[in-house]
Design a protein around this ligand. Structure first.
Ligand code: HEC
Ligand code: HEC
Length: 87
């Protein structure tokens, strides 16, 4: 085998390994309770546009003074990108 072929093969193996190791979707879902029911309604009705609209409200409650995020919380640009609906 040529050196280049080996590199291509290694590259492929690395990509497969990364996909394989990707964590399962364990991020907490948006609770399906009275507090969040209106967001379920918005998202079910308007799809992606509903998500964008809903996200404007999240930080009314989820903010450092009222309900601080866990210290290790990732950047919060799009809440519903990570926090899915509960079914
Ligand atoms: C009116 C205040 C309020 C708004 C607005 C709100 N939340 Fe919440 N959220 C809460 C409260 C209170 C809890 C904890 C109790 C519960 O489960 O409802 C909570 C819990 C959560 C949890 C789960 C935490 C856990 O421990 O399981 C997630 C995830 C979450 N909210 C995401 C969101 C997202 C995303 C939005 C915007 C679409 C949002 N919340 C909007 C008040 C709010
Ligand atoms: C890049 C992915 C990502 C984005 C975007 C994101 N989060 Fe999170 N969030 C996480 C992770 C990972 C955790 C750690 C705990 C877990 O697994 O739920 C977390 C934790 C939380 C918790 C606490 C849950 C608990 O264990 O008590 C709340 C509440 C929450 N996020 C709300 C939000 C809100 C509101 C937004 C938008 C402003 C947001 N998140 C955006 C990934 C994300």
């Amino acid at each position: 085998m040529k050196k280049r072929d080996i590199l291509v093969l290694l590259g492929g193996l690395i990509i497969v390994a990364i996909l394989w190791m990707a964590p399962p979707e364990t991020t907490k879902h948006i609770p399906k309770d009275d507090t969040h029911q209106k967001f379920y309604d918005m998202i079910k009705k308007d799809g992606p546009a509903g998500k964008k609209a809903a996200e404007k409200f999240c930080q009314d409650c989820h903010n450092p003074t009222q309900m601080p995020f866990p210290a290790e919380h990732p950047p919060k640009f799009r809440c519903t990108f990570c926090h899915k609906l509960d079914s």
